[in-house]
Ligand binder design. Structure first.
Ligand code: HEM
Length: 496
């Protein structure tokens, strides 16, 4: 009986607290979408009926140009969503000192890996690690990794040759490619995913990041929006068995490197150099676990993003043959005399760049950027006062499909970014975020995608067939932009 009374009071307290919180935006005179108890504006998301990005975009589209921001409730928590380019710039760059952290939960006891991840760390420790890791991702260091990527791209070409004139699942292809690239560049191993369909590394990687699984989406969603669930169910960000597997792979690769004293100019070598340069005063100091955690972050942050972009890019090229042919001409004009492509040529190809940009506009895989106010903050333009701790969202999906900036947004049109147009779109075109906290791996990602697309389109024509879903239906339950079926089927034909 006592339990029942206690339960009643607990539910009643929670209910009152939640309802009281639902006054938050009204009291601040901020336009908002009416919430429903418990779920706020995320009922359809929680029921798996709507994507996170689509739910926010639906509300975004209800307001007009005069509205610089609006309020939403994700469960009981109020979030401010930015609708204005200048305010986005303020949050990401000008007032970065106030909005430097993401409102992501972490608990070293539940998930020690997440607690050492750049994406999740906060304040001075984040800054110390970011400063330390930044030299690894410069264009000079990326250029040194080009031979490693070239090796994997050659393997991809061999694999595709065996499938000439057949249907392929380009998501499966991109998945194998991204695992091989990351294993080679970050873990120093040849994972042979392109060669063998069922390699152990491939199945571990896919299980670790199975973003279509409800369990993983629930765990990731909880880290973003509902820390209580993380505590309650002791949820880890990644599948623990698989992440431990990769930590061990990294450790043995690192040990072997020390023994053999060879250099590959990969992430392991670069991390080792950073470790040897450390001083006693460093706020973030590497040990074996913290180093392997960085390699794992590489996997987490770089894998699905690359798979998604590469496969959607091939899909769009198949749907737009004129664009595909123009790209092939550009690639063929930029080849070395032996048919290979140089690092410089890869980044000089304008049309390839426009195509990757447009793919990332149409498919901004992570939907949103998040920050929270580190201290009380007032927008001088409107007088809105945010209390310390208020979370803020910049919705890439909403900006990238806003007709004000991207007319006819469903159309795949690389020309949107030609010439000076890119500059005008700054702060509303944000596939890698912006400011000091933007994606640290953008150069790596662009290089690995450009080299793969160049090889593919130079040698193969890609076209839709009767199994190609048009348009691709996206998963409503996954936290990221992923095809619902998990596949994108296209035909390939070698062109001599
Ligand atoms: C197409 C590929 C990729 C896309 C679209 C992408 C996108 C993003 C976005 C949107 C953010 C948040 C930025 C912000 O909040 O302003 C981010 C952060 C991050 N990304 Fe990427 N990413 C990609 C590839 C990679 C790769 C290959 C790595 C490998 C290292 C990586 C590592 C990270 C890390 C560590 C952060 C957190 C940075 C910090 O908090 O300081 N990403 N990425």
């Amino acid at each position: 009986m006592l339990w029942l009374v206690l339960l009643f009071f607990l539910v009643a307290t929670l209910y009152i607290r939640i309802l009281r919180n639902f006054d938050y935006w009204k009291k601040k005179n901020v336009p908002f979408e009416k919430p429903v108890p418990i779920f706020g504006n995320f009922l359809n998301v929680a029921l798996g009926r709507q994507q996170v990005g689509a739910a926010i975009r639906q509300i975004y589209n209800k307001f007009d140009e005069s509205v610089p921001y609006f309020g939403i409730y994700i469960f009981h928590q109020p979030f401010l969503v930015i609708r204005n380019k200048e305010l986005a710039k303020k949050i990401l760059i000008k007032d970065f000192n106030v909005f430097q952290n993401r409102p992501l939960y972490y608990n070293a006891k539940i998930d020690p890996m997440a607690a050492n991840a750049l994406f999740i760390l906060r304040g001075d420790v984040w800054r110390a690690l970011r400063n330390k890791l930044s030299p690894i991702y410069t264009s000079g260091k990326m250029k040194l990794m080009m031979p490693l990527m070239k090796e994997v791209t050659d393997q991809m070409e061999n694999y595709l040759n065996t499938l000439n004139n057949q249907e392929i699942d380009v998501r499966d292809l991109a998945n194998r490619y991204s695992i091989d690239i990351i294993c080679s560049c970050a873990f120093g191993i040849n994972s042979q995913s392109l060669k063998f369909k069922d390699s152990e590394i491939k199945s571990m990687a896919n299980k670790m990041l199975d973003l279509r699984s409800l369990k993983r989406s629930f765990a990731i969603g909880a880290y973003f929006f509902c820390p209580l669930m993380v505590e309650l169910f002791r949820l880890s960000f990644l599948d623990t068995t698989c992440s431990n597997f990769f930590i061990n792979v990294f450790k043995s690769s690192y040990e072997e490197r020390q023994k053999l004293q060879v250099r590959r100019n990969d992430f392991i070598d670069l991390l080792h150099t950073l470790k040897t340069e450390e001083s006693n005063n460093d706020l973030f100091k590497f040990d074996d676990f913290k180093m392997s955690a960085q390699a794992l972050v590489f996997f987490t942050a770089g894998s699905e993003t690359t798979v998604g972009t590469l496969s959607f890019c091939l899909y769009e090229l198949a749907m737009n043959l004129d664009i595909q042919n123009e790209l092939r001409n550009e690639i063929r004009q930029n080849l070395n005399s032996d048919g290979t492509i140089s690092y410089e040529a890869l980044f000089e190809m304008t049309y390839l760049d426009l195509i990757i940009k447009e793919t990332l506009r149409k498919y901004p895989l992570t939907h949103l950027l998040m920050r929270y106010a580190e201290k009380d903050y007032t927008f001088e333009e409107t007088g809105l006062h945010l209390e310390k701790g208020t979370p803020v969202i910049i919705s890439m999906t909403s900006f990238h499909y806003d007709e004000r900036y991207f007319p006819d947004p469903d159309k795949f049109d690389p020309e949107r970014f030609r010439g000076d147009k890119s500059k005008e779109l700054q702060y509303v075109y944000l596939p890698f975020g912006d400011g000091p906290r933007k994606c640290i791996g953008d150069r790596f990602a662009l290089m690995s995608m450009k080299i793969a697309v160049s090889m593919f389109i130079k040698n193969f024509e890609v076209t839709p067939n009767e199994r190609t879903e048009i348009p691709v239906k996206q998963s409503k339950t996954a936290f990221f932009i992923i095809p619902d079926s998990g596949s994108i089927f296209l035909n390939i034909k070698r062109i001599e």
